[in-house]
Each structure stands twice: as structure tokens, then as C-alpha cells.
Design a binder for this molecule. Structure first.
Ligand code: UDP
Length: 366
């Protein structure tokens, strides 16, 4: 069911400003969705930490910049950690603004994986939707999402079924995938390049296993991503011969896809239940097959033998074998999978359906 043009308020992650890389895949997800929903005729107001910026083709979006200290991300805390909000934290300020601005919106969409907005939404008579960006990394978050989705399941959406399976949900989850701007990624047919790895450099991403693969094949591993944990990176560097890792830094999408597209394979080694795995899809968008652990989102996105290969989690020997077999995958098939499954248009349509159906159902009941 399609509604009129919706007036939507998006509330960004409080982990870092858009463009910083600290927000991980949420930053690109949010931008793609804005682009997709604008092209469907919807109006968006974005509430985001100060310094956040959007690409020039999103100029119709009003950005409301909010000052305040970043929130810590849940995946770097122990599972039973309590809720902590720093003094002058940006999170409550984002939501003070959202609850005011949202009065004139058809719906508010929350991109933050945080307790406060989800908890508060049960007491507020507004249409607040939550796009859940992580699996189970915190007991208190998991319990809250499970409890609230029991009474109002249609206010929660997930990126993959594997992610949603981390939550004990009483109804079938709403799974919306993710989306990317097709034209931002150029297909590169040549499959003779180096091995690549992309991600936040942080323990849950398992960089050390990808380096072990490159090392055993006597090759360099090209690494792109936000340097989140410098000690972790130094330890990995110290445990392998010098020169195996080539750190290329955190690049804007256009530069990233130019370099990533030259790779013959992306090695993806998540140690956690990755909710989706943007970098997996971005590699495929350039024609690069992905060799990954069969865990989390990548395990759902990769169709073995078509757009990549899957191996049992944490099995480095199996990764090495798979990398040597990756040439059999047609790079064109990787791009085709991307175009059919993960365009911003497909993603925006799923989000539009999710929100519209909720609004229409509630309107019929009242
Ligand atoms: N990324 C980037 N430049 C880089 C490396 C990574 O913009 O040099 C982005 C990438 O496009 C992706 C995000 O970092 O959107 C990582 O997201 P992913 O879903 O793979 O993991 P997360 O960080 O959310 O756990």
C-alpha cells in the first residue's frame, strides 16, 4: 500500500558524526536510504551529531546539527554492561530535538542502536520506528528489543534474518536488507589483483585471520577502514612479517570502490554476528567475489559459487583453500546479484512499505 509523500524525521547514530567512519555501516545505510526515499518523493529531516554531512545530491534534506559528546558503542562493552550516557551526551539531545520535530512528521526513524530512544518510544504517542543495526551485543538491549517487539513488532526492522535470529521474537521479523547507489560503484572485470579486507579495525572484525591467509599465500593484504582500535592493529602487525598488511586508510566511497574493485577477492572474517556487512556488498558491486565465514549477514548474503564462497567460522585453513578457488566465480555475477538485491531503490521501497503499511493499518483501526 502506497501513501502520499511522507514527511519523515531520521535520527542518526550518536556514536560519531556522519562522515567520521565511527558510525560504521550505519552512515552509508542512512545516506543510501535518504537518496532512495527522496527519489520516491518523500521529504526527510535529518537530526545528526554536529559536523555530519550528506552528499550534494541530498541537498533537499534539512540537517539539524546537534552538539554533544559521542555515545560509546555497545559492541565494545561487556554483554551485561549497564546503560551509560556521558555528561553532555549527544544522544538525549538528538532525541529532545526528534520528539519536538517529530510532532510534524508522519514518522520518526531511529538509526541508533541505543536504549534511550527505544525505551522512550513505548511511552510516546508518535510513530517511532527502529532500524536495528546490530545483533545481540548487550543483554539490556536484547531484552528491551524483545519486550517491545512483543507488543508492537511492526515498529522494528532488521537487516538480515541471521541478525534477527539473535533476538527471541514472537513473530516473523521484518527484514529490509540494505541498499547502495548503483552508480557509486564501477564494475571492474579484471580478477588478477591483490587480496583485500575492509572494515573497522576492531577485534569483532577478525582482521588477524585475513592477514594469516595472505601470509600463508605469501601475499600482501590490502586493508581499508576506520582505525578504531590502534592497539589491536599494532598487535596484528607485530605478529606477522613486516609488509604483509598494507593499510590504505579510511577512504570516501568513490576512492574506496576504485581501489577495492582492483582486488581479486575480499576476505571477510567477522567474529560476531554481523548484522549485514556493507563491505561485502560493496565489493560485489565492483565485481569482487567475497570469501567469508559462514556467520551473520555475510553468511546470508553470499550465495556460494555465485557471488563468493563460505567457509566454517574461524577456519583459517578453509579460508586459504577458498581463496585459491575464488577464480571460478564470475565477477559479472557478483555485480548482477548486487544490482538485483541491494540497490538503494529496492531498499527504500522495502522501508517505504514497512512504514506505510504500519500507518495504514493503524489508520484503519482508528
Ligand atoms: N568504509 C568506508 N571507507 C573505508 C572503509 C570502509 O567508507 O575506507 C565504510 C563502508 O563503506 C561501510 C562501513 O565502512 O559502509 C562499514 O560497514 P559494515 O556494515 O561493513 O560494518 P560495521 O562497521 O557497520 O560493523
Amino acid at each position: 500500500m502506497k501513501l502520499k509523500s511522507l514527511n519523515l524525521t531520521f535520527v542518526s547514530t550518536p556514536i560519531g558524526h556522519i562522515g567520521s567512519g565511527r558510525g560504521g555501516g550505519v552512515e552509508l545505510t542512512l545516506i543510501s536510504l535518504i537518496r532512495g526515499l527522496i527519489s520516491l518523493g518523500h521529504k526527510i529531516t535529518l537530526i545528526a551529531p554536529e559536523k555530519s554531512f550528506l552528499p550534494s545530491d541530498c541537498s533537499s534534506v534539512e540537517i539539524r546539527h546537534i552538539e554533544g559528546c559521542d555515545q560509546s558503542s555497545w559492541q565494545h562493552q561487556i554483554h551485561k554492561a549497564p546503560i551509560e550516557i556521558p555528561m553532555n551526551g549527544v544522544l538525549p539531545r538528538l532525541w529532545e530535538d526528534a520528539l519536538e520535530i517529530g510532532k510534524n512528521s508522519d514518522a520518526i526513524l531511529n538509526f541508533g542502536y541505543d536504549w534511550l530512544p527505544i525505551w522512550v518510544s513505548q511511552f510516546i504517542d508518535m510513530r517511532i520506528f527502529h532500524l536495528i543495526s546490530m545483533g545481540d551485543v548487550s543483554e539490556i538491549m536484547k531484552t528491551l528489543i524483545q519486550d517491545l517487539s512483543e507488543s508492537d513488532p511492526n515498529k522494528f526492522a532488521f537487516h538480515t534474518y541471521r541478525q534477527a535470529a539473535d533476538y527471541d521474537l514472537k513473530t516473523k521479523p521484518i527484514v529490509v536488507g540494505n541498499g547502495f547507489e548503483l552508480n557509486d560503484y564501477k564494475f571492474q572485470p579484471n580478477g588478477n589483483g591483490p587480496l583485500g579486507w575492509v572494515g573497522r579495525v576492531s577485534p569483532e572484525k577478525g582482521l588477524e585471520d585475513a592477514v594469516a591467509v595472505a601470509n600463508s599465500l605469501g601475499e600482501k593484504l590490502f586493508v581499508w577502514g576506520f582505525m578504531e582500535d590502534v592497539d589491536y592493529a599494532s598487535k596484528i602487525q607485530a605478529s606477522f612479517p613486516e609488509g604483509i598488511i598494507e593499510f590504505r586508510g579510511f577512504l570516501p566511497t568513490d576512492d574506496l570502490q576504485k581501489e577495492l574493485g582492483l582486488c581479486r577477492a575480499l576476505i571477510n572474517t567477522p567474529k560476531w554476528n554481523e548484522a549485514y556487512g556493507n563491505v561485502v556488498v560493496e565489493a560485489m558491486a565492483c565485481g569482487v567475489p567475497v570469501v567469508a565465514y559462514n556467520r551473520g549477514g555475510p553468511g546470508e548474503l553470499i550465495k556460494p559459487g555465485y557471488n563468493g564462497l563460505l567457509v566454517p567460522p574461524d577456519d583459517v585453513s578453509a579460508l586459504i583453500t577458498a581463496v585459491s578457488e575464488v577464480k571460478a566465480i564470475k565477477r559479472k555475477d557478483c555485480r548482477t546479484w548486487f544490482e538485483n538485491t541491494a540497490s538503494k531503490e529496492v531498499f527504500a521501497k522495502r522501508i517505504e512499505d514497512w512504514i506505510s503499511q504500519y500507518i495504514c493499518t493503524k489508520n484503519l483501526k482508528t
